[in-house]
Design a protein around this ligand. Structure first.
Ligand SMILES: Cc1cc2nc3c(=O)[nH]c(=O)nc-3n(C[C@H](O)[C@H](O)[C@H](O)COP(=O)(O)O)c2cc1C
Length: 365
């Protein structure tokens, strides 16, 4: 390690420790402002040919992207790519701006390196986000937008359609978020009949927009809740396959409280993320890989904090990965750490490329 890298590491961990002394939402706001104003680090990751990934038609240098919710308003896209993520997902965006739930609404569980949040889709709204995306320069990787409905919407499906129309020409993929636990009724949109209606409406609009705005159709993904019943998971697999959805993101946060001993924040209402979500979301990933017969690209998200976690998600069936909570606890160096460890594990097990390891655990229940 060069003296310069060591100096940077020292500054980085000081900055991270400083942020961790602030209330969580204030720390997050500060991090976004720093990244938005170009004060964040620019991290050059070593080339790792084994980790090259093909996902939704994009060639990625590695499979690790940033999960939705960190940059809800597309304020820091360039700064987030500069940290080394191979793709970035902004949002959740709703048609009208909304304040979200009352504060405090974000809680740290430091012993578990976990978070509980009940943000409630606080965001600047479609018009503002669209203007920011229009002003963005070229990006080094795919940019996704995660879309949702306003809390007080009389017609949630119309909300998703409005967001799809507004963001379609500006992004590389869109995620239909029907899995946030913090907007009452939202997760009911995962029910077979309602999901089919929602996706039907979105696909009709996409067909109409089609190649007019872009040379190819913008992929449409669905992000699912880790709290679905077995029948709910079957419905997701059947409807998304039948409708020709382009992929699934597995998973959002959980309202369950698995594997955490009593801790401050544990009993707060909201969605739990980080390591305590890992097993639940990875098992669901494996089930949905089997239910979809490996025919749908899956993004594995939930508790990824090390190379072993990344490897387990790929083996369960993911072809790309996202994280959020580990960035909060480990800072930007988590990206190089996860990728370095993951690359080592693939090499150890004799995989020449990541693609060969996707879904190899499918026979395991
Ligand atoms: C504070 C916070 C806000 C989030 N907001 C959103 C959101 O707006 N939309 C969404 O789809 N997921 C959101 N998520 C969920 C993450 O995208 C991710 O699915 C989840 O945190 C699990 O990944 P992790 O364990 O790596 O954090 C949020 C998560 C956190 C911690």
């Amino acid at each position: 390690m060069s003296a310069r890298t060591r100096l940077y590491d020292l500054a980085g961990s000081g900055w991270l420790r400083g942020l961790q002394l602030l209330p969580p939402e204030g720390a997050h706001g500060l991090a976004i402002r720093a990244l938005a104003s170009g004060l964040g680090p620019r991290i050059a990751l070593p080339e790792r040919p084994r980790l090259r990934s093909r996902f939704l038609g994009f060639d990625l240098p590695h499979p690790l992207g940033l999960a939705a919710g960190f940059d809800k308003n597309a304020e820091a896209v360039a700064g987030l790519f500069a940290l080394g993520f191979s793709f970035v997902e902004i949002g959740t965006v709703t048609p009208r701006p909304q304040a979200g739930n009352s504060k405090p609404r974000l809680f740290r569980l430091p012993h578990q390196q976990a978070l509980v949040n009940r943000m409630g889709f606080n965001n600047d709204g479609l018009e503002t986000v669209r203007a920011r995306l229009e002003a963005l320069g070229p990006r080094p990787g795919p940019l996704g937008a995660n879309i949702g409905a306003n809390r007080d919407s009389a017609d949630p499906i119309a909300d998703y359609v409005a967001c799809l129309r507004g963001l379609y020409p500006l992004v590389d993929y869109l995620t239909v978020n029907v899995s946030s636990p913090n907007t009452p009724g939202l997760r009911d949109l995962q029910r077979r009949d309602r999901l089919d209606e929602l996706l039907g409406a979105l696909l009709d609009v996409r067909r109409a927009l089609g190649g007019a705005a872009k040379p190819r159709l913008v992929p449409l993904l669905v992000k699912v809740s880790p709290d679905l019943s077995p029948e709910g998971e079957e419905a997701i697999a059947e409807v998304t396959l039948a409708r020709g959805i382009d992929g699934l993101i597995i998973s959002n946060t959980t309202v369950a409280r698995p594997k955490i001993s009593p801790a401050r924040g544990r009993d707060q209402a909201g969605g739990l993320s980080g390591p305590p979500l890992f097993l639940r979301s990875t098992e669901q990933l494996g089930r949905l890989f089997r239910l979809t017969g490996g025919r749908l690209p899956l993004i594995g998200v939930g508790g990824v904090a090390s190379g072993a976690d990344a490897y387990a998600k790929i083996r369960a069936g993911a072809s790309a990965l996202q994280l959020y909570t580990a960035l909060v606890y480990q800072g930007p160096k988590v990206i190089a750490r996860v990728l370095g460890e993951f690359d080592g594990l693939l090499a150890r097990d004799g995989y020449a490329e990541l693609g060969d390891a996707i879904g190899v655990d499918r026979a395991v229940s």
